[in-house]
Design a protein. Structure first.
Length: 584
C-alpha cells in the first residue's frame, strides 16, 4: 500500500503592511515524493521549501513591515547555476528561479501531511509593489539564428501506430482490474473506470510531466515515453511514442486541434542539453515536425527549456531568450532577445495571452524584473510593466487576467499582484490567511505556470488556504480591489484545491484521506460560494492509491476525473500507478 501524501504549499503575493501570523503566506512548494520509510518527524531543519520547520527559520516572523515567509525557498549555498559575476551586464542566471529548493530524493510518498504556508499578509497599496507609469517598448522581432529544422539530434523518437479510439460516454467499464480497486464500493460513490501502472524508471526517479485530455484520449508523458488511453475504457488509443533520451519539458496546454510539443535531452552526459523538440498529435500519436533548438549567446543555454503555447504560437524559452515557432508547421516566427536596459527574457507563460518576464540591469543599482505581454504572431511587446527593485516574478497564477506571484529576498516577503489588460496595476491581494496552491518543482527554469490550485476568472481570484488541521477553505478575492469577496470551507477534513471555472461555477478537487476517496465539487461563483454540490465521490477502496499521488496532475472533463503522477519514484518495492480515471 502507498502511504498518505505530504502536500506542500504554494505562494502568494502582496507586500504586507503588518506582520502576518507566524506561518504567514509561505512559498509554493514542490509536492515531490519522499523516502519510503520516514523518520518519526521531519529532519530539522528541513531544506528550504520542503516541509514545515520545527523551529522558526531565518525567514520566520521578524520585526518590520516585510516579515512574511519567503517565496520559493532560499538556498543557503549557491547552486550550480549561480549568477555570473556583476559587471558583465547579464542577469542573474535564471536557470534557478529565486531560491529554487534542492529536490528531495526520487522515491515514494511522504507521510507528513502538512503544508508550509504561503506568507501573504495584509497587502500595501498596489503602487508599492508594481507602481509607476506604464510605458511601451518594442519586442525584439528580429534575429537570424534558426533551429536546425528537420533534425532531432543523434536519435529519433519512434512513431506510434494509430489504433481505433473509443469516443467515451462518461462511464466506461474500467477494463481489467486485477487489484479490484472498486471492491466494496458504496452507494453514491464513483468508480475507478481504469488505471495504468507506471513504466520503469531509474532508481533516482524520473519526471512524468503533463496530462492532456481530448475528446478521445487522455495522454501522459512519463520518463522517455508518451502514452495515450481511451477516455472510456483505458485501452491504448495509440502505441506509445518512445524517445531515445528522457523528456525534459512539455507544453502545459494543448492546441485547439489537439497538438503538443515535447522536448527531450540530446544525450546522457553532463554536457547534454534539453534542446530537441517533437510535435505530437494527441488524437493519433502521429509525429509532426521536429527541430533542434540552438543555444543563445553567452550564458544563454538550453540546459533547461520553458515551453508555452498561445494560439498557433509555440515559445521555447532558454535561460535568457526565447524563440517562437508555428506550432502547426515548426516554422520559426521570431526571437525574443535582450532589449533596451539590458533586459533578458528569462521566462514565458502562455494560454489565451502570451506573457514574458525579463531580468534587467542585473549587477547594478537598477536591477529589476519586467513583465511584458507579447503579440504571439510577432513577438513585439504590447505593454511593459517594470517591477520594483528587489521583487522577482516567480509564478504567473494566471495570464488572462494577469496574476503574478512575487518574492523579495531582501525584505523576506512575498506578494500577489494583478494587472489590467494594458499592464497597469490593478490590485494587490490583501489577506492574513496562509494560502497553499501546489506548485511543481523547477530548477532550470522559472516554470511560471507550474501551479495547481490558483484559479482566476475575469473578476475573481480563487486561492486555497493552508490546512494545518481539519478542512481548509477556498477564498475568492475581488481582482479590482484585492479584497476578499467570500470563502467556502472544504466539505471534508482534507484540502480543497480550485481546478477551473466555467463561467458560473468553480470546480474544485477535495483531496483524499488515507481511508476516504477524494471528491470533485462545484462551487457557485455568483452566490457567495453558497450551494456547494458534489459531482463525484471517489471510492474509498481506492483511497490509498489516490492518496499515493503525491506530485500529481489532475483534471475534470465531461464527468470524468483524471489523476496522474508527475514524478516516478523509480523504486521496486511496489508497482506504482501512473494514472487513474474515475466516473459514474
Amino acid at each position: 500500500m502507498t502511504q498518505p501524501p505530504d502536500q506542500p504549499s504554494q505562494g502568494g503575493f502582496g507586500a504586507p503592511q503588518n506582520p502576518p501570523p507566524q506561518g504567514g503566506f509561505g512559498a509554493p512548494q514542490d509536492p515531490r515524493q519522499a523516502t519510503p520509510s520516514p523518520p518519526a518527524q521531519p529532519p530539522a531543519p528541513p531544506q528550504p521549501g520542503y516541509g514545515r520547520p520545527e523551529q522558526p527559520g531565518p525567514y520566520a516572523q521578524q520585526p518590520g513591515p516585510y516579515n512574511s515567509r519567503p517565496g520559493y525557498g532560499y538556498p543557503q549555498q549557491p547552486g550550480p547555476y549561480a549568477p555570473p559575476q556583476p559587471g558583465y551586464g547579464y542577469p542573474q542566471a535564471p536557470p534557478q528561479f529565486p531560491g529554487a529548493p534542492t529536490p528531495p530524493p526520487g522515491g515514494s510518498k511522504n507521510p507528513f501531511k502538512g503544508r508550509p504556508a504561503l506568507a501573504v499578509g495584509a497587502a500595501v497599496a498596489v503602487l508599492l509593489v508594481i507602481g509607476g507609469t506604464v510605458y511601451a517598448v518594442s519586442g525584439d522581432g528580429g534575429g537570424d539564428k534558426k533551429p536546425t529544422a528537420g533534425k532531432s539530434g543523434p536519435a529519433e523518437p519512434s512513431a506510434a501506430a494509430s489504433t481505433p479510439v473509443d469516443q467515451g460516454d462518461g462511464s466506461g467499464d474500467g477494463g481489467e482490474d486485477p487489484e479490484n480497486l472498486n471492491e466494496g464500493r458504496k452507494a453514491g460513490e464513483s468508480k475507478v473506470l481504469w488505471y495504468k501502472e507506471a513504466p520503469e524508471a531509474p532508481g533516482s526517479g524520473a519526471d512524468a510531466p503533463g496530462m492532456w485530455v481530448t475528446g478521445k484520449a487522455v495522454v501522459k508523458a512519463a520518463y522517455k515515453q508518451v502514452f495515450a488511453y481511451n477516455i472510456g475504457d483505458g485501452a491504448p488509443a495509440w502505441q506509445p511514442v518512445s524517445f531515445p533520451q528522457k523528456i525534459c519539458a512539455v507544453t502545459p496546454h494543448k492546441t485547439a486541434d489537439d497538438k503538443i510539443v515535447v522536448a527531450y535531452m540530446s544525450g546522457v552526459s553532463e554536457n547534454a542539453k534539453c534542446n530537441l523538440l517533437q510535435q505530437i498529435d494527441l488524437d493519433t500519436g502521429a509525429l509532426g515536425w521536429k527541430a533542434q533548438v540552438a543555444d543563445g549567446a553567452l550564458f544563454d543555454s538550453t540546459l533547461g527549456l520553458d515551453l508555452s503555447v498561445t494560439g498557433k504560437t509555440l515559445v521555447v524559452g532558454r535561460s535568457q531568450s526565447g524563440t517562437a515557432y508555428d506550432v502547426g508547421t515548426g516554422k520559426k516566427l521570431w526571437d525574443k532577445r535582450e532589449y533596451t536596459g539590458a533586459c533578458f527574457p528569462t521566462a514565458f507563460a502562455g494560454g489565451s495571452r502570451l506573457i514574458s518576464v525579463a531580468s534587467c540591469a542585473a549587477g547594478n543599482s537598477k536591477a529589476h524584473d519586467e513583465v511584458q505581454e507579447l503579440d504571439p504572431a510577432t513577438g513585439r511587446a504590447k505593454w511593459t510593466r517594470p517591477i520594483p527593485k528587489g521583487w522577482k516574478v516567480a509564478r504567473a497564477f494566471s495570464v488572462d487576467p494577469v496574476v503574478l506571484y512575487l518574492t523579495n529576498d531582501d525584505k523576506k516577503a512575498v506578494a500577489i499582484s494583478t494587472l489590467k489588460n494594458d499592464g497597469s496595476p490593478r490590485s494587490d491581494v490583501e489577506s492574513k490567511d496562509s494560502f497553499a496552491p501546489e506548485c511543481g518543482f523547477a530548477v532550470l527554469s522559472r516554470d511560471l505556470q507550474g501551479c495547481t490550485g490558483a484559479v482566476a476568472d475575469a473578476t475573481t481570484l480563487y486561492l486555497p488556504t493552508e490546512s494545518k488541521s481539519g478542512p481548509n477553505e477556498v477564498v475568492a478575492f475581488n481582482l479590482d480591489t484585492g479584497k476578499e469577496k467570500w470563502r467556502v470551507k472544504s466539505p471534508a477534513d482534507e484540502t480543497m484545491l480550485p481546478l477551473k471555472t466555467d463561467g458560473t461555477r468553480l470546480i474544485a478537487y477535495v483531496e483524499p484521506s488515507y481511508s476516504a476517496g477524494g471528491q470533485v465539487v462545484s462551487i457557485p461563483t455568483s452566490s457567495g460560494g453558497h450551494g456547494v454540490s458534489r459531482l463525484l465521490q471517489n471510492p474509498s477502496g481506492a483511497a490509498q492509491v489516490e492518496s499515493g499521488f503525491y506530485a500529481k496532475a489532475v483534471d475534470y472533463v465531461d464527468g470524468r476525473f483524471y489523476i496522474s503522477t508527475t514524478r516516478l519514484s523509480g523504486t521496486n518495492q511496489s508497482k506504482e500507478k501512473l494514472m487513474l480515471a474515475y466516473g459514474k
